[in-house]
Ligand binder design. Structure first.
Ligand code: BMA
Length: 342
């Protein structure tokens, strides 16, 4: 039993897991699956690459919403199924979204999906065209019918991630207001809703950091994990180099009852591109987290991240070690710790 209790989900003894290698010299307690990548190039007919993708437990195994870059270069979302969270069968058809009337209603493009179960429903959120890049959302209960919801925000916005439960009676959605291009700025914001349609009570959560690995912009990654220490948030932080942008994974802990307040924020990255499949690909130097699986009994956490906009990687951490590391290296500033409204 871990010291820090994970309160999201229940026991999941079948999540993928490998112990940390004894000779691991990384500073942060996050280590890669030795068999990475778990989804390689050309994973299905007409799909050249699958990368920034999200998973959930489903029936006896796992299900995933996958960012698939089609051979015409346009991204869409595909479904994947796996018994062990490592070997994936990719459905060659795009997810067939419908509107509330059950009629076909496909986004023009869709990328960076997240998948979060809230109460008895699975919600997906992604980035799509809404007369400019913004957030699309859909819900399903059976992974057969995917009903789109109203788009929560006007353009431009990216990186939407729902919390796995309501807080103070309201659904909670993190996002990152952006521009129409590659966005040289960006903070994480929180929006709240009584019904998944009307989003308001917006709060600022965190600014880009003054540490160089996250000095350009940040964006929420995986759905926050509820723990006895607060909401554990894995996010991406971006730095600028002579050779373009580099995406690393960072960690923070948000207040349980007021998640726009950051309690701890790790000044170090938790994972940064360094393996061949992270440094070489369609966009080199990208580790982009989109989901976790966690086991409440052991405190094990499996992290799914896109690598180099080309493949899916898997990494592991243990909640006690991760929370200790974030706390031990925490540096917060006023824009982190204040309630986020001015
Ligand atoms: C962001 C998004 C991500 C991508 C990243 C790096 O703007 O488009 O999907 O992984 O850039 O290219």
């Amino acid at each position: 039993m871990s010291k820090v209790q994970i309160l999201t989900g229940g026991p999941l003894p079948n999540i993928p897991w490998q112990e940390r290698p004894e000779n691991d010299r990384h500073d942060a307690p996050v280590w890669r699956y030795a068999g990475n990548p778990v989804i390689a190039r050309n994973p299905a007919p007409g799909v050249a690459r699958i990368f920034n993708s999200a998973v959930c437990p489903w029936e006896d195994g796992f299900i995933a919403v996958l960012r698939g870059e089609q051979v015409n270069g346009v991204p869409h979302i595909y479904l994947g199924r796996s018994a062990d969270g490592i070997h994936w069968q990719v459905d060659p058809q795009k997810i067939p979204f419908v509107n509330e009337q059950g009629e076909p209603f496909m986004p023009r493009y869709a990328y960076d999906p997240r998948l979060v179960k809230v109460e008895d429903t699975y919600y997906m959120m992604w980035c799509q065209d809404f007369y400019g890049a913004s957030i699309g959302m859909a819900k399903t209960k059976d992974f057969k019918t995917f009903t789109r919801l109203d788009n929560p925000f006007i353009p431009f916005n990216r990186n939407a991630v729902l919390f796995p439960r309501r807080v103070n009676g309201l659904y909670q959605l993190l996002s990152r207001p952006s521009d129409s291009g590659h966005t040289p700025f960006g903070d994480i914001w929180l929006s709240q809703s009584p019904d998944m349609t009307f989003w308001g009570k917006h709060r600022h959560v965190m600014s880009k950091g003054d540490k160089w690995w996250e000095s350009v912009k940040i964006g929420a990654g995986a759905a926050p994990i509820e723990t006895s220490e607060g909401w554990l948030l894995l996010y991406h932080g971006v730095s600028s180099t002579c050779n373009g942008l580099i995406y690393s994974i960072g960690g923070a802990i948000l207040d349980i009852n007021e998640p726009s307040r950051v309690l701890y924020r790790c000044e170090n990255f938790l994972l940064t591109p360094e393996e061949e499949y992270e440094e070489r690909g369609f966009v080199p130097g990208v580790c982009f987290p989109c989901a976790t699986l966690q086991d409440t009994d052991t405190g094990r956490i499996a992290i799914y991240y896109g690598a180099a906009d080309t493949v899916v990687g898997l990494a592991f951490t243990q909640v006690d070690e991760l929370v200790d590391y974030i706390k031990a290296h925490s540096v917060t500033c006023e824009t982190d710790t204040e309630p986020g409204i001015r």
